[in-house]
Design a protein around this ligand. Structure first.
Ligand SMILES: [Zn+2]
Length: 259
Protein backbone atom coordinates (compact mmCIF):
# COMPACT_ATOMS: atom_id res chain seq x y z
CA UNK A 1 0.00 0.00 0.00
CA UNK A 2 1.09 3.58 -0.63
CA UNK A 3 0.59 6.77 1.34
CA UNK A 4 1.13 9.97 -0.64
CA UNK A 5 1.54 13.58 0.41
CA UNK A 6 3.91 12.64 3.23
CA UNK A 7 6.02 15.65 4.31
CA UNK A 8 9.76 15.07 4.84
CA UNK A 9 10.66 13.95 8.35
CA UNK A 10 7.32 12.23 8.92
CA UNK A 11 7.41 8.87 10.67
CA UNK A 12 4.77 6.44 9.47
CA UNK A 13 3.48 3.44 11.37
CA UNK A 14 0.33 1.41 11.19
CA UNK A 15 -1.52 -1.86 10.88
CA UNK A 16 -3.64 -3.52 8.19
CA UNK A 17 -5.72 -6.63 8.81
CA UNK A 18 -4.04 -6.99 12.21
CA UNK A 19 -0.47 -7.03 10.78
CA UNK A 20 2.11 -4.32 11.45
CA UNK A 21 3.03 -2.14 8.46
CA UNK A 22 6.65 -1.19 7.68
CA UNK A 23 6.89 1.96 5.55
CA UNK A 24 9.81 2.86 3.33
CA UNK A 25 10.08 5.86 0.99
CA UNK A 26 8.55 5.11 -2.42
CA UNK A 27 10.96 4.40 -5.25
CA UNK A 28 9.68 6.77 -7.89
CA UNK A 29 8.07 9.83 -6.33
CA UNK A 30 8.64 12.33 -3.55
CA UNK A 31 6.31 12.42 -0.59
CA UNK A 32 5.20 8.80 -1.08
CA UNK A 33 5.75 5.98 1.41
CA UNK A 34 5.06 2.31 0.74
CA UNK A 35 4.50 -0.79 2.83
CA UNK A 36 3.61 -4.37 2.06
CA UNK A 37 0.18 -5.38 3.34
CA UNK A 38 -1.66 -8.70 3.00
CA UNK A 39 -5.25 -9.87 2.70
CA UNK A 40 -6.12 -13.36 4.02
CA UNK A 41 -7.45 -15.61 1.22
CA UNK A 42 -10.72 -16.30 3.04
CA UNK A 43 -11.29 -12.70 4.15
CA UNK A 44 -15.04 -12.05 3.99
CA UNK A 45 -15.23 -8.63 5.54
CA UNK A 46 -13.48 -5.43 4.64
CA UNK A 47 -9.96 -5.02 5.90
CA UNK A 48 -9.24 -2.34 8.51
CA UNK A 49 -6.23 -0.11 7.86
CA UNK A 50 -4.81 2.34 10.39
CA UNK A 51 -1.85 4.63 9.74
CA UNK A 52 -0.17 6.98 12.21
CA UNK A 53 1.79 9.94 10.80
CA UNK A 54 4.12 11.58 13.29
CA UNK A 55 5.83 14.91 12.53
CA UNK A 56 7.72 16.60 15.35
CA UNK A 57 5.39 16.25 18.33
CA UNK A 58 2.15 15.77 16.46
CA UNK A 59 0.58 12.41 15.51
CA UNK A 60 -2.32 12.10 13.09
CA UNK A 61 -4.16 8.81 12.75
CA UNK A 62 -5.87 7.83 9.52
CA UNK A 63 -8.34 4.95 9.53
CA UNK A 64 -9.72 3.36 6.37
CA UNK A 65 -11.54 0.26 5.21
CA UNK A 66 -10.65 -1.73 2.15
CA UNK A 67 -13.01 -4.29 0.56
CA UNK A 68 -10.88 -7.11 -0.90
CA UNK A 69 -11.97 -8.71 -4.18
CA UNK A 70 -12.88 -12.41 -3.87
CA UNK A 71 -10.62 -14.74 -5.85
CA UNK A 72 -11.89 -17.70 -7.89
CA UNK A 73 -9.97 -20.92 -7.29
CA UNK A 74 -10.48 -24.32 -8.97
CA UNK A 75 -10.48 -27.67 -7.08
CA UNK A 76 -7.90 -30.39 -7.71
CA UNK A 77 -8.33 -34.08 -6.79
CA UNK A 78 -5.04 -35.73 -5.85
CA UNK A 79 -3.80 -39.24 -5.00
CA UNK A 80 -1.10 -39.43 -2.33
CA UNK A 81 0.38 -42.28 -0.25
CA UNK A 82 -2.35 -43.68 2.09
CA UNK A 83 -0.55 -42.40 5.21
CA UNK A 84 -1.02 -38.84 3.93
CA UNK A 85 -4.59 -39.37 2.73
CA UNK A 86 -6.37 -39.94 6.04
CA UNK A 87 -6.72 -37.71 9.10
CA UNK A 88 -3.63 -37.97 11.36
CA UNK A 89 -3.80 -39.88 14.66
CA UNK A 90 -3.25 -37.91 17.87
CA UNK A 91 0.55 -38.39 18.00
CA UNK A 92 0.92 -37.33 14.42
CA UNK A 93 -1.53 -34.48 14.87
CA UNK A 94 0.61 -33.19 17.75
CA UNK A 95 3.72 -33.33 15.57
CA UNK A 96 1.99 -31.52 12.72
CA UNK A 97 0.72 -28.88 15.16
CA UNK A 98 4.22 -28.31 16.60
CA UNK A 99 5.65 -27.95 13.12
CA UNK A 100 3.04 -25.45 12.05
CA UNK A 101 3.53 -23.50 15.30
CA UNK A 102 7.26 -23.23 14.59
CA UNK A 103 6.52 -22.00 11.08
CA UNK A 104 3.95 -19.53 12.42
CA UNK A 105 6.43 -18.18 14.96
CA UNK A 106 9.03 -17.51 12.25
CA UNK A 107 6.34 -15.70 10.26
CA UNK A 108 5.08 -13.44 13.03
CA UNK A 109 8.53 -12.68 14.50
CA UNK A 110 9.73 -11.48 11.10
CA UNK A 111 8.05 -8.16 11.97
CA UNK A 112 10.89 -7.69 14.50
CA UNK A 113 13.63 -8.34 11.90
CA UNK A 114 14.84 -5.29 9.96
CA UNK A 115 14.39 -5.28 6.21
CA UNK A 116 17.26 -7.41 4.90
CA UNK A 117 16.84 -6.98 1.17
CA UNK A 118 17.19 -4.20 -1.41
CA UNK A 119 16.47 -5.89 -4.73
CA UNK A 120 13.07 -7.16 -5.93
CA UNK A 121 12.02 -10.71 -5.01
CA UNK A 122 12.73 -13.36 -7.66
CA UNK A 123 11.26 -16.79 -8.36
CA UNK A 124 13.16 -19.63 -6.68
CA UNK A 125 13.09 -21.57 -9.92
CA UNK A 126 12.80 -20.42 -13.53
CA UNK A 127 10.61 -23.46 -14.28
CA UNK A 128 6.92 -23.90 -15.12
CA UNK A 129 4.30 -23.41 -12.40
CA UNK A 130 2.36 -26.65 -11.99
CA UNK A 131 -0.18 -25.56 -9.38
CA UNK A 132 -1.14 -22.07 -8.33
CA UNK A 133 -1.98 -20.56 -4.98
CA UNK A 134 -5.46 -20.90 -3.50
CA UNK A 135 -6.71 -24.00 -5.35
CA UNK A 136 -9.08 -26.24 -3.44
CA UNK A 137 -7.62 -29.70 -2.82
CA UNK A 138 -9.08 -33.10 -2.13
CA UNK A 139 -6.61 -35.82 -1.07
CA UNK A 140 -7.65 -39.45 -1.80
CA UNK A 141 -11.26 -38.32 -1.90
CA UNK A 142 -11.45 -37.28 1.75
CA UNK A 143 -9.22 -34.58 3.20
CA UNK A 144 -9.83 -31.19 1.71
CA UNK A 145 -7.78 -28.07 2.08
CA UNK A 146 -6.52 -25.15 0.12
CA UNK A 147 -3.21 -25.03 -1.73
CA UNK A 148 -1.51 -22.23 0.19
CA UNK A 149 1.54 -21.87 -2.02
CA UNK A 150 2.86 -22.10 -5.57
CA UNK A 151 4.31 -25.30 -7.07
CA UNK A 152 7.28 -25.08 -9.42
CA UNK A 153 8.23 -28.01 -11.66
CA UNK A 154 11.61 -29.66 -11.22
CA UNK A 155 13.44 -32.96 -11.41
CA UNK A 156 14.96 -34.27 -8.17
CA UNK A 157 18.25 -32.45 -7.61
CA UNK A 158 17.34 -29.34 -9.62
CA UNK A 159 18.36 -26.08 -7.93
CA UNK A 160 16.16 -24.10 -5.53
CA UNK A 161 17.23 -20.50 -4.92
CA UNK A 162 16.45 -17.91 -2.26
CA UNK A 163 13.69 -15.52 -3.37
CA UNK A 164 15.62 -12.71 -1.71
CA UNK A 165 18.25 -11.92 0.90
CA UNK A 166 17.34 -13.21 4.33
CA UNK A 167 18.25 -15.22 7.40
CA UNK A 168 17.64 -18.98 7.58
CA UNK A 169 15.24 -19.72 10.46
CA UNK A 170 14.28 -23.40 9.99
CA UNK A 171 16.06 -26.34 8.32
CA UNK A 172 14.20 -29.51 9.24
CA UNK A 173 12.11 -32.49 8.10
CA UNK A 174 8.38 -31.79 8.51
CA UNK A 175 5.62 -34.39 8.11
CA UNK A 176 3.70 -32.65 5.33
CA UNK A 177 6.44 -30.33 4.06
CA UNK A 178 9.21 -32.94 3.99
CA UNK A 179 12.66 -31.33 3.99
CA UNK A 180 12.04 -27.62 4.47
CA UNK A 181 13.96 -24.33 4.54
CA UNK A 182 12.33 -21.20 6.02
CA UNK A 183 13.82 -17.76 5.29
CA UNK A 184 13.12 -14.51 7.17
CA UNK A 185 13.54 -11.48 4.90
CA UNK A 186 12.54 -9.00 7.61
CA UNK A 187 9.71 -6.48 8.00
CA UNK A 188 7.17 -9.30 8.12
CA UNK A 189 8.11 -11.15 4.92
CA UNK A 190 9.09 -14.82 5.05
CA UNK A 191 9.41 -17.54 2.41
CA UNK A 192 9.46 -21.33 2.77
CA UNK A 193 10.71 -24.03 0.39
CA UNK A 194 9.18 -27.50 0.82
CA UNK A 195 9.69 -31.12 -0.31
CA UNK A 196 13.45 -30.63 -0.89
CA UNK A 197 15.80 -33.54 -1.56
CA UNK A 198 18.75 -31.66 -0.02
CA UNK A 199 19.11 -28.53 2.13
CA UNK A 200 22.29 -26.52 1.49
CA UNK A 201 22.02 -23.98 4.31
CA UNK A 202 22.01 -23.96 8.13
CA UNK A 203 19.88 -22.08 10.66
CA UNK A 204 21.36 -18.61 11.24
CA UNK A 205 22.99 -18.33 7.79
CA UNK A 206 22.39 -15.13 5.87
CA UNK A 207 21.62 -16.02 2.25
CA UNK A 208 21.76 -13.73 -0.76
CA UNK A 209 19.01 -13.34 -3.35
CA UNK A 210 19.31 -16.18 -5.87
CA UNK A 211 21.67 -18.22 -3.67
CA UNK A 212 21.35 -22.00 -3.94
CA UNK A 213 19.61 -23.12 -0.73
CA UNK A 214 18.59 -26.67 -1.64
CA UNK A 215 17.41 -28.99 -4.39
CA UNK A 216 14.03 -30.16 -5.63
CA UNK A 217 12.77 -33.39 -4.08
CA UNK A 218 9.66 -35.44 -3.28
CA UNK A 219 9.78 -35.50 0.54
CA UNK A 220 6.61 -35.12 2.64
CA UNK A 221 3.07 -35.15 1.23
CA UNK A 222 3.57 -35.01 -2.53
CA UNK A 223 2.37 -36.67 -5.71
CA UNK A 224 5.82 -36.27 -7.27
CA UNK A 225 8.94 -34.11 -7.16
CA UNK A 226 8.37 -30.35 -7.19
CA UNK A 227 9.09 -27.22 -5.18
CA UNK A 228 6.25 -25.85 -3.03
CA UNK A 229 6.89 -22.19 -2.19
CA UNK A 230 5.09 -20.40 0.65
CA UNK A 231 5.22 -16.63 1.19
CA UNK A 232 3.80 -14.95 4.28
CA UNK A 233 3.35 -11.38 5.43
CA UNK A 234 3.25 -11.78 9.19
CA UNK A 235 0.75 -14.56 9.90
CA UNK A 236 -1.01 -14.10 6.55
CA UNK A 237 -0.12 -16.54 3.77
CA UNK A 238 -0.17 -14.71 0.44
CA UNK A 239 0.08 -15.60 -3.25
CA UNK A 240 3.85 -15.79 -3.94
CA UNK A 241 3.30 -14.50 -7.47
CA UNK A 242 1.77 -11.32 -6.07
CA UNK A 243 5.07 -10.61 -4.35
CA UNK A 244 7.05 -11.09 -7.55
CA UNK A 245 4.70 -8.93 -9.58
CA UNK A 246 4.55 -6.20 -6.89
CA UNK A 247 8.30 -6.00 -6.78
CA UNK A 248 8.75 -6.12 -10.57
CA UNK A 249 9.07 -9.75 -11.67
CA UNK A 250 12.59 -9.97 -13.02
CA UNK A 251 12.11 -13.63 -13.99
CA UNK A 252 9.86 -12.64 -16.87
CA UNK A 253 12.38 -10.18 -18.20
CA UNK A 254 14.98 -12.92 -18.44
CA UNK A 255 17.22 -11.92 -15.52
CA UNK A 256 16.70 -15.19 -13.63
CA UNK A 257 19.68 -17.47 -13.56
CA UNK A 258 19.55 -20.40 -15.95
CA UNK A 259 19.39 -23.88 -14.42
ZN1 LIG B 1 2.30 -27.25 -3.45
Amino acid sequence: MRVSGVPGGTELAGRAGGETLHFVPGADADAVAESFAAVPIDARDSLGIEVQCTTDDRTDTLAAWFAPARGEYPVERLRVAPSFGRPPDSVLAARVRRESERAAEVATRSHETPRLWEEPFVRPRASRITSGYGRGREYNGTITSRHMGTDFAGAPGAPVRAANRGVVRIVDAFFYGGNVVYLDHGTGLTSAYLHLSTQRVAVGDTVERGQLIGTVGATGRVTGPHLHLIVRYGAVTVDPLSLFSLAGDSTETGRARPE
